[in-house]
Design a binder for this molecule. Structure first.
Ligand SMILES: Nc1ncnc2c1ncn2[C@@H]1O[C@H](COP(=O)(O)OP(=O)(O)OP(=O)(O)O)[C@@H](O)[C@H]1O
Ligand SMILES: [Mg+2]
Length: 204
């Protein structure tokens, strides 16, 4: 495997919300240890504090315009050239970026996790390998409902409204069609061990 000075090998993991992206990304990075790290698309949300009203309200977090893909693409280019970056840190409580960016050290492998990274034309050229996790809508919705209520202090009504008004329509319009750009489309309902073994075998 090439060293960090040669630049990061960038693996994109996409799929709908609740598909299992973060689960796969973490399992992969756990296998690789400190040689790898996850970079989250969600860090690159634009400041929404002046517009945010309520969950499922006027801010559509599932639309590509909500994200600064220019900056994400620039950072991936830096990492692939062997340089570390400072990533923004979007805070979902204040809907602003935190004052201090996060130092993100260049690693042999960088795993990018995000619903829209395969949709974004600026980002795609910086992915050395692209995976799309495909999971039925009912299961993605039930996973998201459980997580957002348990871990993000949200109400079931807010989660349902956001899913119907934004998550589902944006998924159907932007996320689902972007799977055509993936090297591998994997099921998000079972074990990820075979795709992980395949990825590990094919690393440079
Ligand atoms: N292959 C799987 N089998 C069973 N449960 C899974 C699987 N993948 C993920 N899950 C469970 O589903 C939930 C959502 O998974 P995860 O957080 O990875 O989704 P995500 O694609 O990252 O969603 P989001 O885009 O909303 O962050 C978690 O509770 C996770 O444990
Ligand atoms: Mg996730």
């Amino acid at each position: 495997m090439k060293g960090p000075k040669a630049g990061s090998f960038v693996i994109g993991i996409s799929g709908g919300s609740g598909s299992g992206k973060t689960t796969l990304a973490r399992e992969l990075v756990n296998q690789l240890g400190p040689r790898a790290a996850i970079l989250y698309q969600d860090w690159y949300y634009r400041d929404q504090s002046h517009r945010f009203d309520r969950d499922g309200g006027s801010v559509n977090f599932d639309h590509p315009d909500a994200l600064e893909f220019e900056l994400l693409a620039q950072h991936l280019a830096e990492l692939r050239s062997g340089r570390s970056v400072k990533t923004p840190q979007y805070d979902f409580v204040t809907h602003q970026r935190r004052a201090e960016p996060l130092p993100f050290t260049c690693r042999e492998v960088v795993v990018v996790d995000g619903i829209l990274i395969l949709h974004a034309e600026l980002v795609r050229p910086h992915l050395d390998l692209a995976i799309f996790v495909k999971t039925p809508e009912e299961l993605r919705f039930s996973r998201r409902l459980e997580r957002d209520v348990a871990e993000r202090g949200r109400t079931p009504e807010g989660v349902k409204a956001q899913f119907q008004n934004q998550v589902k329509p944006m998924h159907d319009q932007f996320v689902e069609p972007s799977q055509t750009h993936a090297d591998h489309v994997v099921e998000g309902t079972g074990s990820f061990s075979s795709i992980i073994q395949q990825i590990l075998r094919n690393l440079p």
